[in-house]
Design a protein around this ligand. Structure first.
Ligand code: PAF
Length: 293
């Protein structure tokens, strides 16, 4: 029998909602951490998957027991603030923190951090979530910032709640792999205002190829080996699997919110600078997306 744990989740996007729904299906206790102080004591959600809508409710923290695990599925630039919030709420410092964000950033925390990478595509409007594309997920089997393994029950419950989910020891390579996908899909969909599936059109072939080739060079200089042909196939696979989805960066641009370009193509531009590699296409899309705001 699966143990019942107390989970605390936060995040402005759809992935946090998908995780909450999945955990509730496994009879877990799920509380929501709101960014705003509000009168309500719970959140009512609607999730649409395969054309079927289901409803669920999450109590708002702190009207819930102290968590056994926290999930921060936040924008890369909000992670530091989300971690500070856990300090303010006096969440136990040894409580495992699962972090799910796009892009790359260096984060300093005393708390054990376990990155979760996912290629699921979903969208969210307030508390209504649509699961638009089925992908897979990878969760670090050990903390990235201290020698702490992920408790077995936490990994097992997440595997049941959010399948398919792989527990891995080389999460860094997975992070680069997801970065590759984001560095192609996100800026192009945001600049050209198209859904992910449109990027399969011939007019995007050259720019996708240039982004991929520059990425492969920079990744190699940073110690991560990618084959350009396989990288291109991996990008194409996600474009097809998430065809109907509007990327998180396109949605950010449409809502005039800060984008994660600095943690994606901006990160590649910075790594390229350090390794003296020319990445004109990543530089151009970084500048183009930055100018969109
Ligand atoms: O950022 C996003 O939108 C997602 O990571 C992905 C996988 C590109 C699907 O839209």
């Amino acid at each position: 029998m699966t143990v019942k744990l107390n989970w605390l989740i936060t995040g402005p996007g759809a992935i946090s909602g998908l995780l909450a729904a999945g955990l509730l299906r496994q009879q877990q206790q799920v509380a929501w951490l709101s960014r705003h102080t509000q009168e309500e004591t719970s959140v009512n959600w609607t999730l649409t998957e395969n054309g079927k809508a289901t409803r669920f409710v999450t109590p708002l923290y702190p009207d819930a027991p102290p968590p056994d695990a926290v999930i921060l599925a936040v924008k890369s630039y909000d992670l530091a603030a989300a971690l500070e919030r856990l300090d303010e709420l006096q969440i136990a410092t040894d409580c495992p923190i699962i972090i799910s964000h796009n892009g790359m950033l260096s984060v300093h925390s005393e708390r054990p951090l376990f990155p979760l990478i996912t290629t699921h595509a979903a969208s969210r409007e307030n508390h209504t979530i649509s699961h638009n594309g089925y992908g897979e997920s990878w969760l670090a089997a050990q903390a990235i910032n201290q020698p702490q393994p992920l408790a077995g029950a936490i990994g097992e419950i997440l595997q049941q709640s959010f399948p398919p989910l792989h527990l891995v020891h080389d999460i860094e390579h997975r992070r680069w792999h997801k970065l590759l996908i984001n560095c192609v899909i996100n800026p192009l969909t945001a600049i050209y205002r198209v859904a992910n599936g449109e990027l399969a059109a011939a007019r995007f072939s050259d720019i996708k190829q240039q982004l991929i080739e520059e990425f492969v060079q920079v990744a190699a200089a940073c110690g991560y080996s990618f084959d350009a042909h396989q990288a291109s196939q991996a990008v194409a696979k996600v474009i097809t699997a998430t065809a109907a989805n509007r990327s998180s960066m396109l949605v950010d641009v449409e809502h005039q919110r800060t984008t994660e370009i600095d943690a994606m193509n901006g990160f590649i531009v910075e790594q390229a600078r350090q390794h003296q590699i020319d990445v004109p296409t990543h530089r151009a899309v970084t500048e183009a997306v930055t100018a969109l705001r």
